[in-house]
Design a protein around this ligand. Structure first.
Ligand code: ZN
Length: 121
């Protein structure tokens, strides 16, 4: 005697539904896991950016202070503009060559980009 299983259409639908449901659940769980990971990465990046901002601000402040100090040394020296002594010339050259000063061409480009971005928002 042959043993056969007769699936009613209703059983097939049910079976597919259960399979899909499990698959959907798994996909959603994976998505949640991915989102958690992305969230953690963003938190980490945010901390890195904050740290860079703090360090950059300190660097900017120090740079400003040093430049002011050096310019005051030149200003208070016995020599005068157009006829600077050797020390003042060295100081002025060092300030002019300061690598932390931005190239005016790049500064202009940067300002253009910022202006464009602000217009979009
Ligand atoms: Zn001088």
């Amino acid at each position: 005697m042959k043993k056969t299983i007769h699936l009613k259409p209703g059983d097939l639908v049910e079976h597919k539904f259960i399979q899909n449901r499990e698959l959907t659940y798994q996909v959603r769980q994976d998505t949640m896991h991915d989102l958690e990971n992305i969230g953690e990465d963003i938190k980490h990046l945010s901390l890195v950016i904050q740290s860079i901002q703090r360090n950059y601000q300190v660097l900017l402040d120090q740079n400003q202070q040093l430049q002011s100090l050096l310019l005051n040394l030149v200003k208070n020296c016995y020599c005068w503009e157009g006829n600077r002594c050797h020390n003042c010339q060295k100081i002025l050259q060092a300030i002019v060559k300061n690598p932390t000063d931005l190239d005016p061409v790049y500064t202009e480009k940067y300002q253009d980009i910022v202006t464009q971005l602000r217009k979009q928002n």
